[in-house]
Design a protein around this ligand. Structure first.
Ligand SMILES: Cc1ncc(C[n+]2csc(CCOP(=O)(O)OP(=O)(O)O)c2C)c(N)n1
Length: 341
């Protein structure tokens, strides 16, 4: 299978005019600002890492910003959220400040997990992870959805983001099976960025072009395929999917076709990809696609975009300054609030 073949799949049919008009100019620009904050935050954090201020693991969400921005803009604080180790965006979208997230990456006492968790273990109220074990978050989301149902919280659901690399695992299949069997309000979102570390999806998953819809059909749940590079398609698709979960109290499976603009982690130079293929996929930058659509519809000007970008950059730079000046945790406290199993 060619590396670009997945992008030719048909996506959920969204009425773009209706989505954009319903959201309106101000809310759309706020979404764009959120995506710019995530992008600028990660660019500055990567630079801090290269300068030796940040250590340990670091997985960038650059290229996938449209997906969680669209989904989390639609969901309020009565829901449960969980994702993989690629979790900086989710923390920022759920209200963690750039200062506290950057300080966490630096391992400082002012970090949002007091410097104990680092890049893969960010915390906000209702965010159950950041999870370093591939697939480990999926049963937890299923349990959160079970609690919503058990406590009869009709407006609550659990949303679980996972990479396509987790799909062949037992944890995924056992979770989706139980969620369907027990009609749990769980939304499973496969962010299919087409690479699991250095392995292309076609070398990791049988029937790679169709696996997600086939899995959904096998377990008897609804399936949506969204264009993960396109905010408007994601927003319209997530909106329809969440409404379906609320009405049916049944799980749904969503596959967002995406691109990973960086290596798997910061230490991965991505030598298994050709420069040409990476360049081609970066032509579809989710931020620029969204920006162009808003400009075309008279909802944004080039000047306003530059201002938003600069504001996001300034916040990210200020966050690195905050983290640099912050104190290290007192060594005497290092074993406090840490659980060892
Ligand atoms: C159980 C387990 N097996 C292997 C690993 C090593 N590992 C870390 S990330 C990764 C690839 C996961 O790819 P995918 O699920 O597609 O997510 P992406 O990184 O593309 O977002 C692997 C194999 C791990 N962390 N946990």
């Amino acid at each position: 299978m060619q590396e670009d073949k997945l992008l030719t799949k048909p996506f959920f049919d969204v009425n773009r005019n209706a989505v954009l008009q319903a959201l309106g100019k101000d809310a759309l620009c706020t979404c764009l600002q959120k995506m710019l904050l995530i992008r600028n935050f990660e660019i500055r954090a990567e630079a801090a890492y290269q300068h030796g201020h940040i250590g340990g693991f670091f997985h960038s969400y650059i290229g996938q910003e449209a997906i969680q921005t669209a989904a989390l803009t639609l969901l309020g604080p009565q829901n449960w959220f969980i994702t993989t180790y690629r979790c900086h965006a989710m923390a920022l979208l759920l209200g963690a400040t750039p200062n506290e997230v950057m300080a966490e990456l630096y391992g400082k006492a002012t970090g949002n997990a007091k410097g104990r968790g680092g890049s893969m273990h960010l915390y906000t109220d209702r965010m159950l992870g950041g999870f370093g074990i591939v697939g480990g978050q999926i049963p937890i989301a299923t349990g959160a959805a079970f609690s919503c149902k058990y406590q009869n919280q009709k407006n609550s659901l659990a949303i679980c983001f996972l990479g396509e690399g987790a799909v062949p695992q037992g944890a995924f299949h056992e979770s989706v099976n139980l969620a369907s069997l027990w009609s749990l309000p769980c939304v499973y979102v496969i962010e299919n960025n087409q690479w699991g570390m250095g392995t292309h999806v076609s070398n990791a998953i049988a029937n790679a072009e169709h696996f997600a819809e086939k899995v959904a059909a096998a377990y008897g749940i609804s399936f949506y395929r969204l264009d993960g590079m396109d905010f408007t398609n994601c927003y319209g698709g997530f909106d329809a999917a969440f409404k379906e979960v609320h009405e049916s109290s049944r799980p749904v499976l969503i596959e967002c076709i995406a691109e990973r603009f960086k290596g798997h982690s910061i230490s991965d130079p991505g030598l298994y990809r050709t420069k040409e293929s990476l360049k081609a996929c970066m032509q579809r930058d989710p931020i620029l696609i969204f920006k162009d659509e808003l400009i075309k519809r008279g909802m944004l000007t080039e000047e306003a975009y530059k201002t938003y970008d600069k504001e996001a950059r300034d916040r990210a730079i200020a966050a690195t300054e905050f983290a640099e000046k912050s104190p290290w945790p007192d060594p005497i406290s290092l074993e406090e609030e840490v659980m060892a199993l």
